[in-house]
Unconditional design. Structure first.
Ligand code: NAD
Length: 330
């Protein structure tokens, strides 16, 4: 038929399917991003990649050594120059994230220079590795103050600005050491897992203002890992492989919030806290005995059908549901 004939010709016209549709392109034009610890390693790459896609940057770095000692303006200044060479805008901030004054100054820098804050990447970090047996309170405190307090100090003033704007994207940097454990890093693991808790609640508080917060656990070749990672992998573990996931989570088009993602070498996956179905032990009137816990251990420990909970109320609800007399009990 004529219709079939013209259909044939329509199909024969080559379609420009090679190019990605323009609407999918992730851009940050007109947006302002703060990246802490952006003078080196992962933070530097995040800052450069955001700038290449139109963001204006606050490059924060106190320029200290791996354990946080000392300081120099050179680290942040160099990255600011690199960004300007790309034709993008950036300002340097040399404040430490470890104090509330430092955090406030970093956010003020963004507002003074560019008038708003759309993106905060909490990335600054140091290491003070030591087994617990040898760990000094000062080594515990130094790690907590940069990683955990640091995220509070910077995110709080930025969050206030984001609330006003009705928009924000926040990243916290967690770690496999916190999510799974790593010998000699109780201080670092505790701070990194603390950031997951911070995120879990801030996702709820940011919900109605379109503020999304996610956690990224990177693995990348930087000075933090140069003596830890196997040399053959070190070459392949470029920070450039972590940045695409971080940039996606910072995009307007990304509605994800409250999630943890591992990112390394081109491998990306999500990690989550899940809760097993558990068991009802005892009669629900008197507390059970430790022996009853022992007897029911396999059921308590069983993770078959384990599920995530969006918040503590949902998790508690699931537990209370188990007390419903109609539901089966052990
Ligand atoms: P890096 O040492 O190359 O970069 C960290 C930067 O943070 C440095 O430039 C440092 O000067 C800066 N910094 C430190 N303390 C600061 C402070 N108080 N205020 C402002 N800036 C400060 O290390 P990296 O590997 O790029 O680490 C970036 C983040 O990723 C850290 O939070 C780290 O814990 C985390 N992380 C890295 C890996 C990895 O494999 N590299 C793994 C898990 C987590």
């Amino acid at each position: 038929t004529e219709r079939g004939f013209s259909g044939y010709f329509w199909k024969a016209v080559p379609l420009p399917i090679q190019e990605e549709p323009k609407s999918d392109e992730i851009r940050f034009d007109g947006q302002v991003a703060i990246v802490t610890g952006a003078g080196a390693g992962l933070g530097r790459i995040y800052a450069l990649e955001l700038a290449k896609r139109g963001a204006k940057l606050v490059v924060n770095d106190l320029g200290g050594s791996r354990d946080g000692a000392g300081g120099s303006q050179a680290a942040a200044d160099t990255v600011v120059e690199e960004i300007k060479a790309l034709g993008a805008e950036a300002v340097a901030s040399y404040d430490s994230v470890a104090t509330p004054e430092g955090g406030a100054a970093i956010v003020e820098k963004a507002v003074e220079a560019f008038g708003r804050v759309d993106i905060v990447i909490n990335n600054a970090g140091i290491l003070r590795d030591r087994t617990l047996a040898k760990m000094e309170p000062s080594e515990w405190a130094a790690i907590r103050s940069v990683h955990l307090d640091g995220a509070f100090n910077v995110t709080k003033p930025a969050f206030m600005k984001m609330r006003e704007q009705g928009y924000g994207r926040i990243i916290v940097t967690t770690s496999a050491a916190g999510l799974y454990g790593n010998f000699g890093q109780t201080n670092y693991s505790a701070a990194k897992m603390g950031l997951a808790g911070f995120m879990n609640t801030l996702k709820l508080e940011g919900e109605k203002y379109n503020i999304k917060i996610n956690a990224v656990a990177p693995v990348a070749a930087t000075r933090l890992t140069e003596d830890v990672l196997p040399p053959d992998l070190f070459e392949k573990l470029k920070p450039e492989y972590v940045a695409p996931l971080v940039l996606y989570l910072c995009a307007d088009s990304c509605s994800e919030t409250g999630m943890v993602f591992n990112a390394e070498m081109g491998c990306y996956n999500r990690a989550a806290v899940v809760t097993g179905p558990g068991a009802i032990v005892g009669d629900g009137v008197a507390p059970p005995t430790p022996e009853q816990i022992q007897q029911n251990w396999d059921a308590i420990n069983d993770m078959t059908g384990a599920a995530e909970s969006y918040n503590a109320t949902v998790a508690l609800g699931a537990m209370l549901e188990a007390f419903n007399p109609k539901s089966e009990s052990t």
